[in-house]
Design a protein around this ligand. Structure first.
Ligand SMILES: [Zn+2]
Length: 288
């Protein structure tokens, strides 16, 4: 099962998350039938949403939108505070293979644009923050969001590795580190050095204990406390009833058209590709 470890330095000056999101991204790839470049971009966005969701409590929903002007089109992910995430990418058929390092390139296909984060706490007005995409690689963009929108110096790394032969998801995950208000300049310099000199996320994810390896590398000589492990998963909250409510809200005329022309309706959830079918009788019941 996928999981996240939350941690804090013993002196309380830093906090860090480490995530194994392999099954989450694998399920997204299977449901959306994404090609390699799209898989990696969607996967990174899903992991970014899981990072943001893990920061929340209660029923808060977090939506991450990567809105670039590149061939990828929008990438949307929605996470809750319990580790669940759903998402999709507009262009699922991008397949531009790898840099010389073996990594799949994402940024050139995301392009220039914005990272938008919407926090819905069930209040009337959801909170919304927006930053420019600074690299389009998603991880750096999320770190920039934390700094400029939430005034929290952060480092974020997210990545997805594909199997060479099949382009299926081999492993996916990442980390987030944040400096808390009591962190000293010396400590921040030390942690920055740790992050610059640590192995690539890909390398750490393929180690025996990927999450511990990531946290050990982030904190270096600084002692830290494991605050617990929590499950992560791809999960969509759609249902037949929910979409029926959506159809109902269209009003009488479009529903009458569906009955006359199609003798029913079919809806595919854009987040998870589940298909729901509605009979003529079910539609008639809506308008009677
Ligand atoms: Zn769905």
């Amino acid at each position: 099962m996928d999981k996240i470890i939350k941690s804090i330095s013993k002196n309380g000056h830093f906090r860090a998350f480490a995530l194994d999101s392999t099954l989450t991204v694998r399920e997204a790839q299977e449901r959306h039938q994404t090609w390699p470049t799209s898989t990696v971009a969607l996967g990174r966005t899903l992991i970014a949403a899981q990072v943001l969701g893990a920061n929340e409590k209660g029923d808060t929903k977090i939506t991450v939108k990567v809105l670039g002007d590149g061939a990828m089109g929008p990438i949307i992910a929605v996470a809750d505070s319990k580790g669940h995430v759903k998402g999709y990418v507009k262009n699922r058929e991008l397949d531009y293979k790898k840099a010389s390092t073996g990594e799949v390139l994402v940024a050139p296909f995301v392009g220039n644009g914005f990272l938008v984060v919407v926090k819905d706490m069930g209040l009337k007005q959801p909170y919304s923050g927006q930053v420019d995409l600074i690299t389009g690689e998603i991880g750096e963009d999320l770190a920039w969001y934390f700094l400029s929108s939430e005034q929290t110096p952060s480092s974020v790394g997210v990545n997805v590795l594909l199997n060479e032969d099949s382009d299926t998801v081999k492993i996916a995950g990442g980390f987030m580190l944040q400096a808390l208000p009591d962190a000293t300049d010396e400590e921040i310099t030390e942690i920055e050095h740790n992050i610059k000199s640590m192995p690539s996320i890909a390398t750490m994810l393929t180690s025996d204990e990927p999450l511990k390896t990531m946290l050990d590398n982030i904190y270096g000589d600084m002692e830290y406390k494991n605050l617990g492990e929590f499950p992560l998963a791809f999960k969509c909250d759609c249902s037949k009833e929910r979409f029926l409510e959506g159809i109902k809200s269209l009003g009488r005329e479009p529903i009458e058209e569906m009955i006359a022309e199609d003798h029913g309706a079919e809806i595919i959830c854009q987040f998870c590709e589940n298909k729901y079918e509605y009979s003529e009788e079910e539609l008639k019941a809506l308008i009677n």
